[in-house]
Design a protein around this ligand. Sequence first.
Ligand SMILES: Nc1nc2c(ncn2[C@@H]2O[C@H](COP(=O)(O)OP(=O)(O)OP(=O)(O)O)[C@@H](O)[C@H]2O)c(=O)[nH]1
Length: 172
Amino acid sequence: MPATTLILGGARSGKSRHAEALITALPAPWIYLATGRAFDTEMQDRIAHHRAGRAEGWQTVEEPFAVADVLRVHADRPLLLDCLTLWLTNLLLEERSIPDATHALISALAERRAPTVLVGNEVGLGIVPEHKLARQFRDEAGLLHQRLAEKAGKVLFIAAGLPLVLKDTPSA
Ligand SMILES: Nc1nc2c(ncn2[C@@H]2O[C@H](COP(=O)(O)OP(=O)(O)OP(=O)(O)O)[C@@H](O)[C@H]2O)c(=O)[nH]1
């Protein structure tokens, strides 16, 4: 398995399930790095559902911003970051520097000693969003995915639960 795998896809495409399967093929314990925050009961329910469905062997770490720190602290354990999109949302909403955060993430990835799987939503395929913040978000997400895809050994696009291999460099 490559050091870094990037998995993109739409909502409910099955990307998280695919990412979890890649990580759980490795010896436990595995780190589930959740960037989502429960602002309402719907999200609370989703999170509870995800937690209940995760196999023993997962350790959940919730971190909306400092994902690079978590990657470093758990550098020796297989880690799933779910997801880049909510992380980016958190950064944008709090007006934090996205270039700095991206740089920190890429540096931390390079230092890891166990495989990392990054999951992100492909949000650029629809019509141009009406609102400026939404357009900025879509552009930032596209740029972030490009930067991470450069570094990743493997990049997959998931649609209808099926993976399309965009990049596969076994030695990376
Ligand atoms: N805070 C927190 N968030 C979690 C936890 N488990 C899952 N999540 C969040 O739930 C999000 C995924 O939720 P969904 O909306 O159900 O998934 P989806 O991306 O639409 O569906 P798939 O494409 O099938 O993965 C992830 O981005 C996580 O950040 C957890 O234990 N804690």
